[in-house]
Design a protein around this ligand. Sequence first.
Ligand SMILES: Nc1ncnc2c1ncn2[C@@H]1O[C@H](COP(=O)(O)OP(=O)(O)OP(=O)(O)O)[C@@H](O)[C@H]1O
Ligand SMILES: [Mg+2]
Length: 256
Amino acid sequence: MDTLKLRARGITKTFHSGRQALETLASIDLTVEAGEFVTVIGPSGCGKSTLFNIVAGIETPGAGTIAIDGVVESERAGKAGYMPQKPLLLPWKTVEENVILGLDVRHVPRKQALAGARELLKRFGLLEFAPHYPATLSGGMSQRVALLRTVLFNPGFLLLDEPFGALDALTRLSCQMWLLDVWQEFRASVLFITHDVREAILLSNRIYVLSARPARVLRVVEARLPYPRQPQQLASPEASQLESELMSLLLKEQQL
Ligand SMILES: Nc1ncnc2c1ncn2[C@@H]1O[C@H](COP(=O)(O)OP(=O)(O)OP(=O)(O)O)[C@@H](O)[C@H]1O
Ligand SMILES: [Mg+2]
């Protein structure tokens, strides 16, 4: 049996505006095993979010196929929980109402959806915020709420586009450990984008390094740190070696 959650094969994308063509993805092959945490890193503007939009079915690729659970379908809405780079919490809805957004399309009764949301908020330490409005949340809390909304929509397969990019270092660290907890709880398959090499090493089973635009896969590496992961492991010789290897690959690609 195919244990792959995702197989992206030969994905290309060129954007056209007027007479200009912007080649964004050269030809991307990428897989995520069931239950695996895979991270994509690459220079800004190389096409990471575009790749996610294609996996989620929001954009169509120029060429190539996306198979989720072994099935190639052009209509992929709902096959993954997608947290975009700038997730929106609706300011006029409470935290719990924000968490159940998206379940409307599945026609889940509101009472049942709210019960599911409260259970999830409770399990992951956010229940006290359930009746509050997003304006009262810190940056880290907002990102956790947006992430739980994604989990409630589809806990099996999560596409997370730089969820912690805008947070300060300490908040970021606690969100990272929290995400590992969420991942373990649901045995989710995760595809994650970050600019931060250390974040990639701390969280992932495997890391794809993309080139500058048009993006192609420069390297795929395994992060072999033992589980459960702890921030202190980043100081280990294995992690430091991997960090310097990934940094030098990225620095070569970054157009300064
Ligand atoms: N809908 C679109 N139409 C035209 N060009 C687009 C569109 N979406 C993205 N692009 C362009 O494609 C390129 C890749 O964008 P994308 O957002 O995928 O990069 P990224 O790797 O996610 O960058 P960042 O790390 O800064 O988030 C950029 O040059 C961007 O301007
Ligand atoms: Mg992006």
